[in-house]
Design a protein around this ligand. Structure first.
Ligand code: SAM
Length: 287
């Protein structure tokens, strides 16, 4: 049987052959556990009808499993030195295309139109941890291009993203994620399944994208959420009235009551729906 890419022995051999040096600054921690690789692809619900966008293939370990399960895979890799490696490791798969580029700069809509049947596609990735939040916020801004986003990220960040109101890890990131998706953690992953081992534990998070987004001024909503969480210990009334929106405190109090929110609540007690209600009732913001 052909050696699969997740074999630690094979990973060592291939990186030696190409003189590859792991880059900490590019978040290069490669998977070396077949079980985890399979569970990620299973958890993402990938089947032979699916078009998949992967971010950061590394030497192609997760990409290979995706190629075996999906119809078509496009994988965007920033590190040029991995391109010849991927040419060799994925040579047997004719349903995979590697695109050299920075996912934060690639025109994802164009890429999906040209190479992935127009979408919506499923995203699957073991993300580079140094840019997890920028990548996810960017993908979510264009959420309708995606059916789901399944990503391995740092455990603490995943906990914050999926937290519900009333939980101490709930914050502006949780509200942002829940605006666009139904998030869940599908797998906890120890440090030991990576080469080299990172300092932190990881979780695989699946975001099922909402087909219809709430009808609200998003920019205003997210400004209010940011303001409310900017001073977590203050009441939502105090946080909003001291943030620089230039709104009268008594007017905010009345608007909060109209939105069915107790002015003395704290941001972490408010659900996405509460923030949407506040955003619909407050007058236009000056910043
Ligand atoms: N998927 C592989 C695996 O699971 O073994 C590698 C995952 S490793 C955590 C992250 C990968 O993302 C690396 O290959 C790294 O070079 C790549 N990468 C880092 N920043 C990137 C960016 N801005 N755009 C695309 N790829 C990036």
């Amino acid at each position: 049987m052909k050696t699969r890419l997740y074999s630690p022995k094979y990973v060592k051999e291939i990186i030696e052959k190409y003189g590859f040096k792991f880059s900490k600054s590019l978040g290069q921690n490669f998977l070396i556990d077949g079980n985890i690789v399979r569970k990620i692809v299973e958890g993402a619900g990938i089947s032979k009808d699916d078009y998949v966008l992967e971010i950061g293939p590394g030497i192609g370990t997760l990409t290979e499993e995706l190629a075996l399960s999906a119809k078509q895979v496009v994988s965007v890799e920033l590190d040029e030195s991995l391109l010849p490696v991927l040419d060799e490791t994925l040579a047997d798969y004719d349903n995979v295309e590697i695109v050299h580029g920075d996912i934060l700069k690639v025109d994802i809509k164009k890429l999906i139109d040209e190479k992935l049947n127009g979408g919506p596609v499923k995203v699957v990735a073991n993300l580079p941890y140094y840019v997890t939040t920028p990548i996810l916020t960017q993908l979510l801004e264009d959420s309708q291009l995606f059916e789901s986003i399944t990503v391995m990220i740092q455990k603490e960040v995943a906990d914050r993203m999926v937290a519900k109101h009333g939980n101490k890890t709930y914050g502006s990131l949780s509200v942002y994620v829940s605006f666009f998706s139904e998030p869940q953690i599908i797998l906890k992953v120890p440090k030991t399944v990576f080469m080299p081992q990172p300092k932190v534990d990881s979780s695989v998070m699946k975001l099922d994208i909402k087909k219809e987004l709430p009808d609200v001024d998003r920019d205003k909503l997210f400004k209010i959420v940011k303001a409310a969480f900017s001073k977590r210990r203050k009441t939502v009334l105090n946080a909003l009235s001291t943030y620089g929106f230039d709104l009268d405190k008594e007017d905010i109090r009345k608007d909060l009551i109209l939105a069915d929110i107790k002015p003395e609540s704290r941001a972490e007690e408010l659900s996405l729906e509460d923030f949407i209600n506040i955003s619909k009732i407050l007058p236009p913001l000056n910043i």
